[in-house]
Design a protein around this ligand. Structure first.
Ligand code: ATP
Ligand code: MG
Length: 569
């Protein structure tokens, strides 16, 4: 798919590519590269996940490998098919095709069998301590842990208890299965971590077949090994879990369930973006508490929200590439994301005329019923062709393009001033009509018929060019303008006693009753346009026949100045 995945800009390999390239030289996995993207289906994917998707699929594409999509559905209480479907759709939309589609729940039986092996070989035990006691016995970074009194149970007793856990002889929470590793370990994750807990809840795929569910740390590595993943890429918070990942796999090699070489866990820094929150839990709260309409609200950093906002898969892939792969957490400036979509749409989006806050202008020397059809370019690049627009006696201009008492260097409309109507002609403001409150409701202008096409034959200079639409031809449209969802660069960085919601921006959505040029009546959901002087817009799926709805993807002005993607190290 060369046009879908253009060759990344020439750059040196990142540290993960270095590892993969080195493994190929040594033929560690017989030259194979198999990565996986392992979402938990407990929410919609966000742009952080997009980063991980691009990284995993990108690596496989680069090295002639493949990528699995694996739903990490080991936690029955939070997961849902709705999320599975949306995740599939989002990965596809980003332009990637997965080799295998798997579910961690497919491996429940194997995970159970391997756990029995650990029990039988004295490497796992059933523990009756309560959750609070387990926490207390575990100690902390400064205090070594204490061994559970149940740690010395015989393998026979443990096997019997574990089997009885499985068939439902014990209450939820009354027993757990733990790996027997080292309660003195400096790494808290190795202090006899939990492998299984009893939980009577319905699973979205396995139904009520299981009463015990494996913990993430146990299930994840084993799932990787079952699929024969070569490079298991995850975010930095799992760095301290790597010894445990390796411990479980080493035991399973001893049990002859797997052969070396095993999958290798590699961590990278998660993507954080300014002016938003990224965790699914927080995003769920935004939806549930009504701060946004749904997961696909165009203000959300979710993939479906960005899609609805007008982001393209190509721009998200380019963004992921530009952010790069780091080993240290940082905050990426959202202006880089905006810059990337602007750059993408600049090349492809047809230009159109739309007026967000209309002010009526009557061209008094243009007769009633007199219509001038004008052919105007769709794009600065002539390859995009032309379209026809109509000029008539009554038009709309942007309210903010007129000032009764203009400041210095005002090149737009003012009493007595002359401006150009984009693609049409020159008009001069002759009279200002106000209502009883003193508000400007209409302008009376005259046009210079000799300027049809845009310039005056006498060569007089007119600096200001305004966008406009013909009143008789315009289509009413709802246009939604978005601002940042939070006013704080890092909403999670809250002061003592504060709440991350404190900096939610009450003005993140502005709705305009706009007038758009006639050709936009034929626009389709998902179509991208540049509305001249206003930004890039995308037709929303709320559009009903006769009432188009457009979302502003991004304004034209680019605030991306930093040469380096990271604003905070
Ligand atoms: P969240 O905290 O938002 O719920 P998660 O890590 O729990 O995210 P998973 O569904 O478990 O979400 O993640 C699937 C994959 O996406 C994992 O490999 C995870 O490391 C990666 N991922 C999640 N968030 C980010 C992020 N912000 N940047 C990069 N990768 C991420
Ligand atoms: Mg998670």
């Amino acid at each position: 798919m060369p046009d879908v995945h253009p060759t990344p800009e020439a750059r040196s390999l990142n540290f993960i590519e270095d590892i993969v390239a080195a493994d190929r030289v040594t033929e560690k996995h017989a030259g194979r590269v198999l990565t996986r993207f392992p979402p938990e289906p407990n929410g919609y994917l966000h742009i952080g996940h997009a980063k991980s998707i691009c990284l995993n699929f990108g690596l496989a594409l680069r090295y002639g490998g493949a990528t699995n999509l694996r739903f990490d559905d080991t936690n029955p209480t939070r997961e849902d098919v709705e999320f599975v479907d949306s995740i599939r759709q989002d990965v596809e939309w980003l332009g990637f095709t997965w080799a295998g589609e798997f579910y961690a729940s497919d491996y429940f039986q194997k995970l159970y069998d391997y756990a029995e092996y650990l029990v039988q070989s004295g490497k796992a035990y059933v523990c009756d301590l309560s959750e609070a006691e387990i926490r207390e016995y575990r100690g902390n970074f400064h205090t070594p842990g204490k061994e559970s009194p149940f740690r010395t149970r015989s393998a026979e007793e443990n096997l019997d208890l574990f089997r009885r856990m499985k068939v439902g002889e014990f209450e939820d929470g009354s027993k757990v299965l733990r790996a027997k590793i080292d309660m003195q370990s400096g790494n808290m994750n190795l202090r006899d971590p939990l492998m299984y807990r009893i939980r009577r809840s319905h699973h979205h795929r396995t139904g009520d077949a299981w009463l015990i569910y494996p913990m993430y740390d146990y299930a994840h590595g084993v799932s990787d090994a079952i699929e024969r993943i070569t490079h298991s890429i995850c975010t930095l918070e799992f760095e301290d879990h790597r010894p445990l990942y390796e411990w479980f796999l080493d035991q399973d090699v001893e049990g002859k369930f797997f052969q070396r070489p095993l999958p290798r866990q590699i961590e990278f820094a998660r993507l954080n973006l300014t002016y938003t929150v990224m965790s699914k839990r927080r995003l769920l709260e935004l939806v549930n508490e009504g701060h946004v309409k749904h997961w696909d609200d165009p203000r959300m950093p979710t993939i479906c929200g960005l899609r609805r906002r007008g982001y393209t898969p190509g721009a998200l892939r380019t963004f992921a590439e530009r952010v790069g792969v780091a080993k240290r957490d940082s905050l990426t400036d959202v202006a880089l994301l905006e810059h990337t979509i602007r750059e993408d749409l600049e090349k492809t989006a047809p230009r159109r005329l739309a007026v967000l806050r209309p002010l009526k202008v009557v061209i008094t020397n243009l007769a009633q019923g007199e219509i001038h059809e004008l052919e105007v370019p769709n794009h600065p690049d002539p390859i995009h062709g032309t379209r026809r627009i109509s000029l008539s006696r009554e038009i709309f201009i942007e309210r903010e393009d007129f000032q009764e008492i203009p400041p210095k260097k005002w090149f737009r409309l003012a009493p007595g001033a002359e401006v150009r109507l984009k693609g049409a002609c020159l008009i001069r403001c002759e009279e200002v009509i106000k209502n009883a409150y003193g508000e400007v409701v209409e302008l009376r202008c005259t046009w210079d018929p000799a300027s049809l096409g845009g310039n005056a034959p006498d060569g007089r200079k007119v600096k200001g060019t305004l966008h406009w639409v013909s009143a008789a031809h315009a289509v009413n449209a709802e246009v939604r303008l978005y601002d940042r969802l939070f006013t704080s660069e890092n909403p999670m960085d809250v002061a003592e006693g504060g709440d991350w919601r404190d900096t939610l921006n009450p003005e993140s959505l502005t709705v305009c009753a706009a007038k758009v040029e006639a050709s936009l009546g034929a626009a389709k959901t998902g179509d991208h346009y540049q509305f001249e002087r206003l930004g890039y817009f995308c037709m929303d799926n709320d559009t009903k026949p006769g009432t188009p709805v457009f979302n502003r993807t991004v304004a034209l002005k680019d605030s991306w100045t930093k040469p380096d993607a990271q604003v905070q190290g």
